[in-house]
Design a binder for this molecule. Sequence first.
Ligand code: NI
Length: 167
Amino acid sequence: MSKLTILLYPDPRLHTVAQPVTEVNDEIRQLIKDMGETMYAAPGVGLAATQVDVHQRIIVIDTSPARDSLRAYINPEILEATGIADCDEGCLSVPGIYEKTQRAQHVRVRALGADGEPFEHEAEGLEAVCIQHEMDHLDGKVFVERLSRLKQQRILAKIKKRQREAA
Ligand code: NI
């Protein structure tokens, strides 16, 4: 296994729309393992392939307190989204930035697992928010783009200032 490099906002590669996975093979399974390792090391609760510059429709999520329930979703689709969750959203590609957003409280998702078999999963709260957030990445969207233009400008200014300080 190996840790992958996470792209940082506003890297334009984060705006790439990912392609569906056509075959769940050993290469995809290895990618899923590496994405899991990268996510746990960050540490984070979810990661999309887009964030590691692989533009295929794969996300991994683990919102369990014990951090021992990695779930991979290949070619995920939301079948049902209900309710409203107010959340404090963050992203491994936008480190240190947390902003209030609204997402569906409950989702029902269909995807392929790492074994290539289709499954359906129902999620609530943090897990549901996380699924929606990671699926946005596959469509080339970063959560800050859901915020007002003013907030986006403030976040970009903060990131640029931090980059200057680090240089
Ligand atoms: Ni993210």
